[in-house]
Design a binder for this molecule. Structure first.
Ligand SMILES: O=P(O)(O)OC[C@H]1O[C@](O)(CO)[C@@H](O)[C@@H]1O
Length: 540
């Protein structure tokens, strides 16, 4: 970590001073000043064209942001990540997800061990299993082929696989269907199993630790559902595990021969391309999974090698920092114009908010600036008819990432044109707005002018990709992974731990034991009242 405290560093102070020069600058003015602005403020790599010209920044702004990144040793820290160093200090682990998508023959060492051969061994094990399911040589206990696959897992062991299953709808293997159970609410599992036949259903219990309350509770309920229908011996044909914890997998009664492993250097939210992606591979096939890995790897290479000035993850990360820390933006909207990317905002929510939702730096000192923004979003055009009102005319500054694809996956080219026209129009409307003069020129009554004025100056990035494919999905996910990393380095935080999820888990266990009458822990007045009221209403 850079020695200079962040806010007193010259780079930070230069940015603060520079921000003051932005009070009256408009995007209209910037585009007037530089008619070639779109060309000057765009970059392209790995099939992603990034237009960042509709941002409140000039060349000088970017230079100052690059100075900031260099002053925080971004390049050296990035190299340390790719070198397998234990950059996740609080857990004493590497953050080596880049090794998950390294082509065979690449050497990537952590702790002195080249992990690429092990990664490919597991990929091969996954591929064998996938083929066995697809070719129906692996069948259920009664001899039925497996057609329904239920991934039980939560957080990073769920969001990526579910997002990918939806995103890769056009690439699905037609004989199998995926379902996802994450929430501890029993309604989830019963809703999923209501229409399934146990004889053709396979459960993948996906949990890095194999101790997560939600996952283990659902796994036991699913086991009961299978054994009630097919008997105890059916477990080995209807359950496989993805985990780093072989002991716990054994204790569950599963054969570790049917366990797909990964490693402690894979963080939960960075694991969709590890064995946690087994459901994805089963859902879209081995070839498509490999194409997705190749997309991830292409973006890794770009992030590792491209100069900061043309580096897409660095650009996205630094633009986020600019609004978050110098404009006071609290949130960032992710707006994919693709029905199939419906779960992408939720995926990025965990990626960014679990990684960078921290208040102390790596040295344990309180941060003096805001860290990770709130990430949210919905696909366009749905969002246009709900929350875009606030983005256009509300009082808050909300930088947006629009994500669109040139080629449709739907049969209707005409509908795709409408979709993309909306994306482009929204970015235009947010940036340039509509002035009172323009309204008056259209004979809008004076009384209506204040309500129909759009201030503009609302910044957005547009990411334009050729088509949504396994490869492009891999590049997009890796793009955001490295953008999150870039931001974490600027703040000097550990983006790879998640201690913030622990307290709630521990308190829930205490309350469970209070509910079951095993203990009577002392609680505050509100907690005790809620607990008592709940138990009374339940007839206890
Ligand atoms: O895969 P596991 O160990 O069940 O953990 C699930 C999720 O729980 C967390 O540890 C905390 O919510 C996430 O980081 C992780 O993705």
């Amino acid at each position: 970590m850079s020695a200079a405290p962040l806010t007193t560093s010259p780079a930070w102070q230069h940015l603060q001073a520079h921000r003051k020069s932005w009070e009256d600058v408009t995007l209209r003015q910037l585009f007037r000043e530089d008619p070639h602005r779109a060309g000057h403020f765009s970059a392209e790599a790995c099939g992603i064209y990034l237009d960042y010209s509709k941002h409140l920044l000039r060349r000088e702004t970017l230079n100052l942001l690059f100075d900031l990144a260099r002053s925080r040793d971004l390049e050296a820290r990035r190299d340390a990540m790719f070198a397998g160093e234990k950059i996740n200090h609080t857990e004493g682990r590497a953050a080596f997800h880049a090794a998950l998508r390294a082509p065979q023959g690449t050497v990537m060492r952590t702790g002195g061990v080249d992990v690429v051969p092990e990664v490919h061994q597991v990929l091969e094990q996954m591929a064998r299993f996938t083929r066995a399911i697809h070719e129906q040589s692996w069948r259920g206990a009664t001899g039925q082929p497996i057609r329904q696959i239920v991934n039980i897992g939560i957080g990073g062991s769920y969001l990526g696989p579910e997002m990918a299953w939806k995103a890769l709808r056009a690439y699905r293997h037609t004989d199998v269907h995926l379902h996802f159970v994450a929430n501890v609410d029993g309604a989830t599992l019963s809703d999923v199993t209501a229409h399934l036949d146990p004889a053709e259903t396979l459960f993948i219990i996906s949990s890095k630790t194999f101790t997560t309350l939600e996952t283990m509770t659902n796994a036991h309920a699913a086991r009961h559902w299978i054994t009630a229908a097919l008997g105890e011996d059916a477990v080995s044909r209807h359950f496989v595990a993805v985990s780093t914890n072989a002991e716990a997998v054994k204790a569950f009664g599963m054969d570790t021969e049917h366990m797909f492993g990964f490693w402690d250097w894979v963080g939960g939210r960075y694991s969709m391309d590890s064995a946690i992606g087994l459901s994805t591979m089963l859902g879209v096939g081995v070839q498509h999974f490999q194409e997705m890995l190749a997309g991830f790897h292409a973006m890794d290479m770009h992030f590792q090698n491209a100069p900061l000035e043309q580096n897409l993850p660095v650009l996205l990360g630094l633009i986020s920092i600019w609004y978050n820390n110098f404009w006071g933006a609290q949130t960032q909207a992710i707006l994919p114009y693709a029905y199939d990317l419906a779960r992408f905002p939720a995926y990025l929510q965990q990626l960014q908010m679990e990684s960078n939702g921290k208040s102390v730096n790596e040295a344990g000192q309180l941060l003096s600036v805001d860290s990770g923004p709130i990430i949210w979003g919905e696909p366009g055009t749905d969002g246009q008819h709900s929350f875009y009102q606030l983005i256009h005319q509300g009082t808050r500054l909300i930088p947006c990432d629009f994500i669109g694809f040139c080629h449709p996956l739907s049969a209707s080219a005409e509908q795709h044109e409408l979709l993309m026209a909306n994306l482009i129009a929204q970015a235009e409307a947010l940036a340039f707005g509509k002035t009172a003069e323009e309204l008056r020129a259209e004979d809008v009554s004076e009384a209506q002018v204040p309500f129909r004025t759009f201030a503009g100056n609302r910044p957005s990035s547009v990411l334009l990709v050729d088509a949504l494919s396994p490869h492009s999905l891999g590049t997009l996910v890796a793009l955001y992974e490295h953008s999150v990393f870039t931001q974490g380095i600027i703040w000097g935080i550990d983006s790879f731990d998640q201690w913030g999820v622990e307290l709630g888990k521990v308190l829930a266990q205490r309350i469970v034991s209070d509910m079951q009458g095993q203990t009577r822990h002392p609680h505050d007045g509100s907690t005790s009242t809620l607990l008592e009221r709940y138990l009374r209403r339940r007839g206890h």
